[in-house]
Write a protein that binds this ligand. Structure first.
Ligand code: FMN
Length: 278
């Protein structure tokens, strides 16, 4: 039986994130899945200390908190839903604290690349023009923990539980939850000018190219009768920075050499900082 893990990224009881996560899980349950629900703010998560032991030495993180329990729950789930609010234009701190610890997945990258698991990211913001960057962070969170076949939906409503007033939205989320139980599925069709990897709609621009700052995917900027269109070249096979395959490449090609460079200069760095130590 498929097990679907729901993650709530808000401390607000019966807030919109909780309602959306529960609704998606209901859809999954009605399609035969076993479900479980976890509120991220109930976990004890320490900030990453940047020792790089997990990424470079592939050793367990030295911090003693709930990250190992969370990783076990994510590794044993067949699919996951993450629902969280926008807080000051980004993801809430509870989500970002865990994202910052994502390199802890490096020892498991071989396991994660074997089977793409489905995920569903649901962001909820008070106002569409104030939505900021939360949604692609939620997609990145799921990808980093091995849920690479990701669907997403941005929702807009401020008051706690107000999503319940929108029948069409609730129906849609129920259906997206049901889809998490399907073994195979084509990736969602990306909206125009939205990054197909991390679902971001913000880009850095240079000459005729747009780059997604979240996952590094590039697009050619085309000028059409309807305005600007971003043409993503999927023939490159590039999956983005934060999928397990992308993360492995990043660790091997950049993090490990940067560690070696630091070690070669460690004494010099120490000597150069003496005037700052008083
Ligand atoms: C501290 C805080 C910051 C917020 N920042 C934003 C924001 O930048 N943009 C926005 O559209 N909504 C913002 N909101 C509104 C929430 O995203 C919105 O109320 C959402 O429905 C909350 O979800 P929840 O009920 O699951 O907690 C903020 C709310 C709070 C409490």
């Amino acid at each position: 039986m498929t097990t679907v893990l729901g993650l709530i990224g808000s401390a607000r009881k019966w807030g919109n994130s909780e309602v959306l996560a529960r609704q998606a899980l209901l859809g999954a349950q009605e399609a035969g899945a076993e479900t479980d629900l976890l509120r991220l703010t109930d976990l004890h998560i320490e900030p990453c200390i940047g020792c790089m032991r997990c990424a470079i030495k592939r050793e367990p993180c030295p911090l003693d908190d709930d990250m190992f329990t969370l990783i076990d729950r994510l590794r044993t789930a067949d699919a996951a839903v993450l629902a969280a609010p926008t807080y000051i234009l980004g993801p809430p701190g509870a989500v970002k604290l865990i994202l910052d610890r994502m390199l802890m997945m490096v020892p498991y990258l071989d396991e994660l690349t074997q089977q793409p698991k489905p995920g569903l990211a649901l962001s909820v913001s008070g106002l569409r023009p104030w939505r900021g960057t939360a949604l692609p962070f939620l997609v990145t969170f799921l990808q980093g923990f091995g849920f690479t076949r990701v669907n997403s939906l941005a929702c807009y409503t401020p008051g706690p539980g107000e999503v319940l007033l929108d029948d069409a939205l609730m129906e849609r989320v129920h259906d997206l939850g049901r889809q998490l139980t399907q073994e195979e599925g084509s990736p969602p069709t990306p909206e125009t000018n939205v990054c197909p990897v991390c679902h971001s709609d913000f880009f850095t621009l240079s000459a005729d190219r747009a780059t997604c700052p979240m996952c590094g995917l590039q697009a050619r900027i085309e000028h059409t009768e309807d305005g600007i269109r971003l043409a993503f070249d999927d023939s490159t096979g590039y999956e983005g920075h934060w999928t397990p395959r992308g993360m492995r490449q990043f660790v091997e090609e950049w993090i490990i050499p940067s560690g070696e460079r630091f070690l070669a200069h460690r004494q010099e760095i120490k000597a150069r900082r003496t005037h700052l130590e008083s």
